[in-house]
Design a binder for this molecule. Structure first.
Ligand SMILES: Cc1cc2nc3c(=O)[nH]c(=O)nc-3n(C[C@H](O)[C@H](O)[C@H](O)COP(=O)(O)OP(=O)(O)OC[C@H]3O[C@@H](n4cnc5c(N)ncnc54)[C@H](O)[C@@H]3O)c2cc1C
Length: 489
């Protein structure tokens, strides 16, 4: 397995985490799951609940990587936009895939609401804000989501967004009232507790060094013991390594870091009053209020892994860029992990060969999507449900190895740069529009006072608020053809 620096801090209550046990004896099971992240533990929980004997082998400890260090926002959807999803699989399958993504979110809600997850207070709502002024595009997306994909979503005008997030950086918003947040760093331990209670056995400090998936009973080798199982589920994400290196190479490792500020007191309300999660449409910032008056904020992604503490200054500066009224903010915690991004943006869920399953590539939206993986894989193994085939059009595509990582870094820099430019342009246009309106009002007032109208001036049409579609212009009367124009002219 390749090394990534472990995350700096974790909030999970150590008293609630059982002592680690390592696999030190040979074992037989129906299903062997490799990796105790969100994906592996969800498969284990669902399969154990359906009656299978399940062993989970984890190289470090439960939630070691991204799964134990995430922001806990649970939304419908995937890394791939809905338009691209339709283009790729057609409207019917896109609808089914979307519906699965909603069911995934509801499974997370159900797990989090179980007794074994104390302190998992759910708070509702997520707001996706646009960095650019594209109100008309938003309307068609809203229509598609609510009419074709039966998703509860509201469009927020710029004024409403800015009443809750007092910054000129954001324009329109899409509000998902059914999205919610959990304590992302506690959830994974609750999931492990649920899986154990259902009968799954979890072995930590037990890296899988090789597998032989050719026979009916497959063999799994760890440094101090062997396991035999009818099914293997590869849920090791980017760190899977030796057991199937070609699979890890279909993922681009992308690191994400986050920070929590010191209590900000009353000044927080001068910047943010929205209580759910906020993410921008460029995927740069994601944040929410925690513990009443702190901000939890994730930075832009990077393809290079580093210690999360190194990002504290950058995140504090980012917060100040978006909300200058907060002044200098102190960072008290940092954490982070590496997510696996697929080339097509969809997760890898399905059967590679008889009895060999994959659940990885969940990218930045791993909570609802890994829940779908667990549900579909467990049901297919035990009940023959073959809905995982909906994911078959998204094959395992090589992500480019080290060259892909460099390319990913450059694409990341370029897209962040171009979205920053687009945002600056949108803010410039907005300022220019306000100034133009003021100039127009001053000119009209001056003309009114002077009782004149400048030559050629027409009574001005009312302007829609920034970003709203302009009202249709009245159709002009048919004009005489210009002899200078026309086909072949
Ligand atoms: C800062 C941050 C914020 C995020 N916020 C959100 C959010 O708000 N909402 C959301 O939905 N998603 C979020 N995500 C994304 C989400 O965390 C990931 O998509 C998800 O955790 C991936 O889970 P996983 O189980 O596939 O991978 P991992 O968490 O990487 O788990 C894989 C496990 O497999 C083990 N393993 C690997 N190879 C082997 C082997 N050979 N033998 C034994 N064990 C092995 C590893 O040690 C690891 O523990 C965030 C991620 C980050 C980093």
């Amino acid at each position: 397995m390749s090394e990534t620096p472990p995350s700096a801090t974790t909030r999970a209550d150590p008293a609630a985490i059982p002592e680690r046990s390592r696999l030190s004896f040979d074992l037989d099971a129906d299903i062997c799951v490799i990796g105790a992240g969100l994906a592996g533990l969800t498969v284990a929980l669902e399969a154990a609940r359906l009656g299978a004997s399940v062993a989970v082998l984890e190289g470090r400890h439960v939630g070691w990587n991204a799964s134990g260090h995430q922001l806990g926002t649970v939304m419908p959807g995937y890394g791939l936009s809905i338009g691209e999803l339709i283009a790729r699989v057609g409207i019917e399958d896109a609808r089914e895939l979307w519906s699965l993504s909603k069911q995934g979110a509801e499974r997370v809600r159900a797990n989090a609401a179980e007794q074994l997850m104390p302190g998992m207070a759910l708070s509702e709502g997520a707001l996706e804000v646009s960095n650019v002024d594209v109100g008309d595009q938003l309307i068609s997306r809203l229509q598609m989501l609510s009419e074709d994909f039966e998703t509860e979503v509201e469009g927020w005008q710029v004024d409403r967004v800015r009443a809750e997030l007092k910054t000129g950086r954001y324009f329109h918003g899409m509000y998902y009232p059914k999205a919610f947040q959990i304590d992302g760093r506690q959830y994974i331990h609750g999931l492990a507790a649920l899986a154990r209670r259902a009968g799954a056995r979890i072995f930590e400090d037990t890296p899988v060094v090789s597998i032989d998936s050719s026979g009916i009973r497959k063999r799994i080798v760890t440094p101090s013991a062997r396991l035999r199982a009818a099914h293997i589920v590869l849920a090791g994400n980017i760190h899977l390594g030796a057991p199937l290196r070609r699979l890890s190479e279909t993922l681009l490792p992308v690191s994400r870091y986050a920070a929590v500020t010191a209590p900000l007191g009353a000044r927080l309300a001068e910047a943010v009053t929205f209580q759910g999660s906020v993410m921008d449409s460029d995927g740069v910032d994601q944040f929410r209020i925690v513990d009443g008056d702190r901000l939890m904020w994730a930075s832009p992604e990077t393809t290079w892994a580093a210690r999360p503490e190194r990002y504290a200054g950058a995140i504090a500066r980012r917060i100040r860029t978006i909300f200058p009224q907060l002044g200098k903010v102190e960072i008290t915690e940092t954490f982070g992990g590496a997510v696996g991004q697929t080339v097509h943006g969809m997760p890898q869920i399905g059967q590679l060969r008889r009895g060999l399953w994959v659940a990885s590539g969940f990218g930045r939206q791993g909570l609802n999507t890994s829940a779908i993986a667990g549900h579909l894989i467990a049901r297919s193994i035990l009940w023959g449900d073959d809905r995982w085939r909906l994911f078959s059009p998204f094959e395992l595509v090589w992500a480019g190895g080290p060259t892909g990582r460099v390319a990913g870094h450059l694409v990341g820099l370029w897209s962040r740069g171009s979205s920053a430019t687009a945002g600056a342009l949108a803010r410039y246009r907005e300022r220019a529009r306000v100034q133009e309106n003021l100039r127009e009002a001053r000119r009209l007032e001056a003309n009114r006072q002077a009782g004149t109208r400048p030559p050629g001036a027409r009574p001005s049409r009312p302007r829609p608020p920034p970003g709203q579609p302009r009202p249709e212009r009245p159709t002009p009367p048919p004009a005489a053809a210009d002899p200078g124009e026309g086909a072949g002219g």
